[in-house]
Design a binder for this molecule. Structure first.
Ligand code: ZN
Length: 197
């Protein structure tokens, strides 16, 4: 039996998403075939507007509706404390935990030589520039405790001026754990218990 081309195209599109295998891709596609056209149109519009209606904050590189984002433009947040994370999802996780009143810097990845990601492929130079411009007193490294996160922390340690306090958020986070998936309590403890790096 030949699968209809439109069906096959959507299955292939779903398969390109992270965490979706061929079976899930097929299940989602056949599910959508039963959804009324009006709902499908709304879904398609939401997809189309995803990038059109979001901006990347030019200060912290988080995804937002405005540039600068609401965190960077919040006068109550301490711009002297910068929490360095890998992805926008990590900002969400730390904000959910509450208790952090500084600002963020989203690197957009970590140094990963196996996948050809060097320091120039992530936003390290932008971070160093911010430290200068913004009079930063403390940098909190909130990178995942795995090999790539470790390598990135070491690289940053060499670049960041000695006068700036560097702390590492690791306490309570199991090795190999993803910040994105850590529960709120663990994350806020990890933030409180951060230690000098
Ligand atoms: Zn921002």
């Amino acid at each position: 039996m030949r699968i209809a081309r439109a069906v096959n195209n959507l299955i292939e599109a779903f398969e390109r998403l992270p965490g979706i295998g061929p079976k899930s891709a097929a299940r989602l596609t056949y599910y959508l075939l039963n959804v009324p056209q009006g709902e499908l149109d709304k879904f398609a519009d939401t997809l189309k507007l995803l990038k059109a209606n979001t901006k990347i904050c030019s200060e912290c590189f988080n995804v937002a509706e405005t540039n600068p984002c609401d965190i960077c433009s919040d006068k109550n947040r301490d711009r002297g404390v910068v929490c360095v994370v890998e992805h926008p999802l990590d900002v969400l996780a730390i904000e959910r935990g509450g208790g952090f009143a500084g600002v963020y810097h989203v690197l957009g990845g970590v140094i990963d030589p196996l996948h050809n990601i060097g320091p120039d492929e992530i936003r390290i130079s932008q971070l160093i520039k911010r430290l200068d411009d913004q009079g930063v007193k403390e940098v909190i490294l909130a990178l995942n405790p795995n090999m790539e996160g470790e390598a990135t922390c070491l690289f940053l340690k060499r670049l960041i001026p000695k006068e700036i306090k560097m702390t590492r958020l690791a306490h309570g986070l199991p090795v190999g754990a993803d910040i994105e998936y850590a529960d709120d309590m663990t994350l806020s403890r990890a933030m409180e218990g951060r230690r000098e790096y």
